[in-house]
Ligand binder design. Sequence first.
Ligand SMILES: [Zn+2]
Length: 273
Amino acid sequence: MKVLIAADMEGITGIADRSYVLYDGLNYELGRSLMESDVNAAIEGAIAAGATEILVVDGHSGGKNIRITKLNPRAVLHSGSTRPFSMIAGYDKVDVAMFIGYHAKLGTENAVLDHTYTSRLKLWINGIEAGESYMNALLCGNKNVPVALYSGDQALAEEVRGFSPDSYQVVVKEAYGRSSAYSLHPEQSRILIRENAKKALEAWKAGAIKPVTTTEPVEIKVQFIISEMAEQAAVLPGAERVDPLTVVSIQPTIELGIRAFVTMVALATAPVY
Ligand SMILES: [Zn+2]
């Protein structure tokens, strides 16, 4: 059993605001150790479930948060930002995945640091409003890789239940706003993640957790908050600007669709005045 543990930071135990997730933030060193703790819990659960290979991906910002010396030695770590799918690098080489420290999509109430790639856009995939959890689950699903478990705040869990009700969701904190939360102690969430990771992988082995999929061709719709961002994103060949803030791209596969999305984000976030 080859397991991918894809880690983001905003949904990690104890992380309540941006001071924990920015490299120069007041609480960043604490934030990365909390991230390592949640990831180690998932590794322990995977080992208990019989994983033979465990690949951890550091998917937050430039992928330089997890210190390899702090990880359980049974795992291999991907650091850095391979394009285009750096959050889940290696998803095509595994049997099953778990998403740790994930967060709700932009525009969710009471969700720690809700965003979708940036804090300046909303995304729809085939008409379904998507965050990073759904987007990355679709990429995994395209390779027949189910995401057995997601950890984050209560808003992430609710979002995931909407598109993957058979997966396990671990709630490590209750968001009380965008920059505040009641969190479990990391020793408590470590037990919770470890036990649920083991159960989730056993459920997957028993055939109870299916990959997340969509139909192809795929319609990618992105609504920006500034008209100039939409103007720049519409430079993408084949993209159509359907209103001042919204750009649509239709692509033959989900993989090309998400590549189109990532390209539009890069175009749109080039300097805007
Ligand atoms: Zn992140």
